[in-house]
Ligand binder design. Structure first.
Ligand code: 5GP
Ligand code: ZN
Length: 164
């Protein structure tokens, strides 16, 4: 069955969406601190990291929702998240790395991969007793800090791959 929603939102686009910041990062039109790239995926540092090493994995073609991803692309994203997770565990000495698809601010599928130093690194206000909390954006990281993180993570990723 073909509907207008399927053709406008569910299908991969052959050309980047001009108004989608992650399509523009995928196409290299906007710079990013890239940790990994292949024909179908790009992984780069979140500009407002929850923790150092916070990575976003995107498919290079635009999908609005992770549940619209073709299974092979979903699987490739998770596999890259697993490789990054192993690299982050060894680099940051953490027991656990979070992997989650969100997309409330940028509607181009992206998985957050975040080294978890505390249980509350990825959490919901539902778990918090004081219900009058207010939220803000995480501070923007400086270019030098992000460059250092990419260097450390990429070399650790290569090492993790070499030892697979
Ligand atoms: P979400 O859609 O998952 O709620 O939030 C979007 C995420 O993308 C945020 O964590 C935000 O910091 C990150 N982000 C937004 N714009 C940019 C950008 O231009 N470059 C990078 N590297 N990250 C971005
Ligand atoms: Zn896009």
């Amino acid at each position: 069955m073909s509907t207008s929603r399927q053709s406008s939102e569910n299908s991969p686009q052959s050309h980047p969406h001009a108004d989608c910041i992650f399509c523009r990062i995928a196409a290299g039109e906007i710079p990013a601190h890239v940790v990994y790239e292949d024909e179908q995926l790009k992984a780069f540092l979140d500009i407002r990291p929850i923790r150092p090493g916070h990575v976003l994995i995107i498919p290079k073609t635009h999908f609005s929702y992770y549940d619209d991803l073709p299974p092979e692309l979903a699987s490739a994203s998770v596999h890259l998240g697993q490789r990054l997770g192993k690299a982050m565990k060894s680099l940051y000495n953490v027991e656990r790395v979070a992997f989650l698809f969100t997309g409330t601010d940028v509607a181009h599928v992206h998985a957050h991969v975040v080294p978890m130093h505390t249980k509350t690194d990825i959490t919901s206000p539902v778990y918090v007793e004081q219900q009058d909390l207010t939220f803000r954006l995480a501070p923007q990281a400086g270019d030098d800090e992000l460059r250092e993180t990419v260097a450390a993570l990429s070399s650790c990723l290569d090492h993790a791959v070499a030892n697979q």
